[in-house]
Design a protein around this ligand. Sequence first.
Ligand SMILES: Nc1ncnc2c1ncn2[C@@H]1O[C@H](COP(=O)(O)OP(=O)(O)OP(=O)(O)O)[C@@H](O)[C@H]1O
Ligand SMILES: [Mg+2]
Length: 503
Amino acid sequence: MADYKLALENITKSFGALTANDAVNLRVRAGTVHAVLGENGAGKSTLMNILYGLYKPDSGRILVDGQPVTVSSPKEALASGIGMVHQHFMLVAHLTVTENIVLGMSGQGLMLDVAGHTRRIEDLSKSFGFDIDPGAEVIKLPIGMQQRVEILKLLYHNAEILILDEPTSVLTPNETGPFFELLHRLKDAGKTIIFITHKLEEVMAVADDVTVMQDGKVRASVGAADTDPASLARTMVGREVLFQVKRSAHSTGETVLELDGVTAGNDRGLKALERVSFEVRAGEVFGIAGVDGNGQTELAEVITGLRSVDSGRILVAGKDITQTSVSRRAGELGIAYVPEDRHRDGLVLDDSVAQNAILRTYDQAPFASYGFFNRQAIADHAARLVRDFDVRLQSIDQEIRYLSGGNQQKVILARELEANPKVLVAAQPTKGLDVGAIEFVQQQILNQRDRGVAILYISTELEHLLDVCDRVGVLFSGRLMDTLAAADATPERIGLLMAGVAA
Ligand SMILES: Nc1ncnc2c1ncn2[C@@H]1O[C@H](COP(=O)(O)OP(=O)(O)OP(=O)(O)O)[C@@H](O)[C@H]1O
Ligand SMILES: [Mg+2]
């Protein structure tokens, strides 16, 4: 028999009428990186949650080293050598690295031998080149480091199979290289890795094998060397993906959004933006490039009113709105916002899709009048958004937390774009979306541009910026380094500015 570390046989899982996994077969060779690809809602996370004991499959079985195993909890999964790092991390923020790693270890009281655990964690960390301080409080570590803590935790519990669900979506571009090196070290140590991603170039760079899922089924399983991004995309989406949106020539109008010397702090009270000035005209997409954490979040927040400025002014259509409330900016002033952290700022996870679709306008006609909700209007609105944006779900009355990550993002986009905004602030709008959905969203943003909306498009992904922006400004350390017209904005020039090197 072939050298399969892991085999999933005929796994089926339904949620009510929806079959999220439909007789899935997956074979993963020992010591390889196996990429799992698929559109938003294809069933990737569900399959991995089954493998990690979080969901019970309706039928099918799991074999490790050729032996059937039962995994009815993450603890049992780990006992079979299977570990998982989720799309959203599960660390306890205010505990130390050591505490997080030994947390929940059965039988061995943490109090018994903290020093021993700490020493072993430090050794393990060093052997993989991690450079993690076991005594550090998790919340104080950057995201890339927290991810390493999650992986270290699995290694410490002797996981042989590591499931990584969209691990690169939380990393900045310069953290991705070191992360790939880590994957190679894990492979060299004999670990088997299942790697979920939407980025086809990442598949080509690190995967040995690729499995493509669509509508809960496996469409193809191939060696990475025997395929290419275009055919992967075609298999995934079921049609040709162009990787290039159509951008028509057009002229811009009056200045709509203007920042004039804006200075603001971040949550830790440090300076996040320093005298930032720029203008965005009607019908213009102004891109903000930069390495994550150089003031992008704060920039979006001062414009939408979620953060106050220390000095400087913000104007919309020539009117000073610096002191205007969040709700007036979103309502009368027409500033739409696609936030980067959708769970924190974009959605109420316990509410239905329909309620989330009117989150910013729930108290207005036609959704409410005289203090009563108009259920029909709310339902019609949600149904339209779902249809226009191809949101995959069972029902608009479903709690939005049960939608796949990418489909949650589509609900936010639909809600914000359908509101007929004058200004659109889009922060990482394509994060977590599949290639087909990215193309769709980029096209929607260009449609808004053609309607005369002034758009601020913040992204760490240079290619996406260059695809849709008319001009690109680069933020570095809270300052706007320079602004380039699209024609002059080569990746090299922007890259230098992102590193703080002025022209
Ligand atoms: N607990 C649940 N209850 C109801 N439906 C669910 C539940 N978990 C997942 N689903 C549904 O199962 C389908 C598959 O979702 P899943 O999260 O596996 O997709 P995915 O491939 O990981 O997508 P993405 O790329 O967007 O993360 C979706 O339609 C989702 O709404
Ligand atoms: Mg998922």
